[in-house]
Design a protein around this ligand. Sequence first.
Ligand SMILES: Cc1cc2nc3c(=O)[nH]c(=O)nc-3n(C[C@H](O)[C@H](O)[C@H](O)COP(=O)(O)OP(=O)(O)OC[C@H]3O[C@@H](n4cnc5c(N)ncnc54)[C@H](O)[C@@H]3O)c2cc1C
Length: 340
Amino acid sequence: MKISQAVGNVCTIFTSHTQQQKTEDSSDGKIIYLKDIACAIKSQVALSAFTSYKVGGAAEWYVAPDNLEALQGSLEYAKEQKLPITILGAGSNLLVSDHGLPGLVISTRHLRHSHFDPQTGQLTVGAGESIPSLAWEAAKLGWQGLEWAVGIPGTVGGAVVMNAGAHNSCIADMLVSARVLSPDGTLETLTHPQIGYGYRTSSLQTSESPTDKGYQRIVTQATFQLQPGTDPAQVLAATKQHKKHRLTTQPYNFPSCGSVFRNPTPYAAGWLIEQTGLKGYQIGKAQVALLHANFIVNRGGAKASDIFSLIRYIQQQVKERWSICLQPEVKMIGEFQTAG
Ligand SMILES: Cc1cc2nc3c(=O)[nH]c(=O)nc-3n(C[C@H](O)[C@H](O)[C@H](O)COP(=O)(O)OP(=O)(O)OC[C@H]3O[C@@H](n4cnc5c(N)ncnc54)[C@H](O)[C@@H]3O)c2cc1C
């Protein structure tokens, strides 16, 4: 059964095909309409609107394709123009620099479709589908397997790349395969072992090195193995329980990126930060959350540079006290100034 197909399209005003490439000036920048592609590339788009931290400067160029053809066309354009590429899901694990990002930012949020196959118990979904929405949909159908993911406010693509996880489960536990578009335009299906999963990592992640940009592979779709056939009331109750637990233990009332640091086994990063006396510590409008010390929250009007400085400060303080180097889980992209 099909439960959703290409819903929500911010590109609606750009969706007519054009016979040849053309550029238009608008009040807030340029719009490039690619030949035969029903989605336009816009200049100087504020990324603060597309990140959960609500910070970040503008993308030099921004596109949100709603189908594979438009995605391939956008990639082709970036290649021709020698633009570096950044892939954006829901922006819930990103700290984007106040100076913005050069090149083309490709948002996957409109690559949306989902198919629950009752024969196999497999769920095949587009990269832009929201993980919490899928968790609720699966629960309503009585399919077990995604209850744990209801509090992760990302897309399918971001979750596959980050190996998102919670409550002792993670994406790697259920991923069957992912369809991936390479920078050279090749589309291939990678199976679970080919993705090389580890704790919050996968071989699909790139480093923050600018030389890696343009070589990022793009997840376009993923297939998950779930377990159909349970009473929906039972799966809904478990999903609600997970959501409730998150709301009481994590600060969902301020913009954040979730956990800032990976847990350095056997310690929890939040515990180390709390024991270092940093709960509530603030730089500008960025604050170590009072409810959970591994969260940095934007108390309203924070700059990316405030959050970045706080990340560095926490690392330095924890290193001094515990001789442990906390590794960020959040991806910091663009230019940041290191003090000293
Ligand atoms: C309140 C809150 C709670 C959170 N709780 C959790 C939690 O419990 N567990 C957890 O693991 N995470 C958690 N997170 C972090 C975040 O939601 C996850 O890491 C999520 O998987 C990121 O998905 P995204 O779509 O937002 O990716 P983004 O943040 O947009 O991108 C993350 C990285 O993935 C890349 N990427 C995104 N989509 C694609 C794609 N289609 N193809 C290739 N590369 C891609 C980006 O380039 C970037 O490098 C939380 C975040 C918030 C704000």
